[in-house]
Design a protein around this ligand. Structure first.
Ligand code: E4P
Length: 218
């Protein structure tokens, strides 16, 4: 499963890129607003750091506006994936850019039916939001299972990009189901490496090592 980081924070992206764990980046208008920076500058800077897909979202709600904005955003770099909302106009824009060979990430997906439409429109990625489903008392991960089944039934190539990830169990559940990508907030990526038994074991090893009085570097 590929790991994307869900942030527009350049320092976080630069730091996580050094781990070799990062396969791409997703942003959205809320994350851009949080960065306090110019949208196009941020996307360009991220594309310089990360070779994989970098999602930048249109803000127009109508087809013509999405096409105009999409041309600008996609001109930044070849690895930009244009993010469009799961609306009829968004699906039309998806088809337009997919037919031109560009990556499109269809976002704000909350049903298997919506995911089916995105695949038929030629999306490279479908972004189902699991955390926001959980927030309203529904099982976000069952949506991922349904989409996996439907895409496999028809051999759709659209990648399932699990979004709105809130904790490490979302990540391991997504991997168990066979999602293609998980986009993960930086804090959750760091949480994935944590286990109290790792910390305890390391502390015990260091205590015992200190008793030997040895050093590896002479
Ligand atoms: C990613 O593409 C989404 O925009 C993001 O995961 C949404 O996450 P949130 O529900 O935590 O805002």
């Amino acid at each position: 499963m590929k790991f994307f980081v869900d942030t527009a924070d350049i320092d976080e992206i630069r730091d996580l890129a050094t781990t070799g764990l990062l396969d791409g980046v997703t942003t959205n208008p809320s994350l851009i607003a949080k960065s306090g920076r110019d949208f196009l500058d941020v996307i360009a800077e991220i594309c310089d750091i990360v070779d994989g897909p970098v999602s930048g979202e249109v803000t127009a709600l109508d087809y013509e506006g999405m096409i105009k904005e999409g041309e600008v955003v996609l001109a930044i770099a070849d690895n930009v994936a244009l993010k469009v909302p799961l609306t009829v106009d968004g699906l039309k824009a998806c088809k337009y850019f997919a037919d031109k060979g560009r990556m499109v990430n269809v976002t704000l997906c909350f049903s298997a039916a919506q995911a089916l439409l995105a695949a038929k429109a030629g999306a490279s990625f479908i972004s189902p939001f699991v955390g926001r489903h959980d927030d309203i008392g529904q099982d976000g991960m069952s949506l991922i299972e349904d989409i996996r089944t439907i895409y496999d039934n028809y051999d759709f190539k659209t990648e399932i990009l699990v979004a709105s990830v809130r904790h490490p169990i979302h990540v391991t559940d997504a991997a168990r189901i066979g999602a293609d990508v998980c986009t993960i907030p930086p804090k959750v990526i760091r949480q994935l490496s944590k286990h109290p038994l790792t910390d305890n074991g390391l502390a015990a090893f260091m205590d015992d090592w200190a008793k030997t009085g040895q050093t590896i570097l002479k």
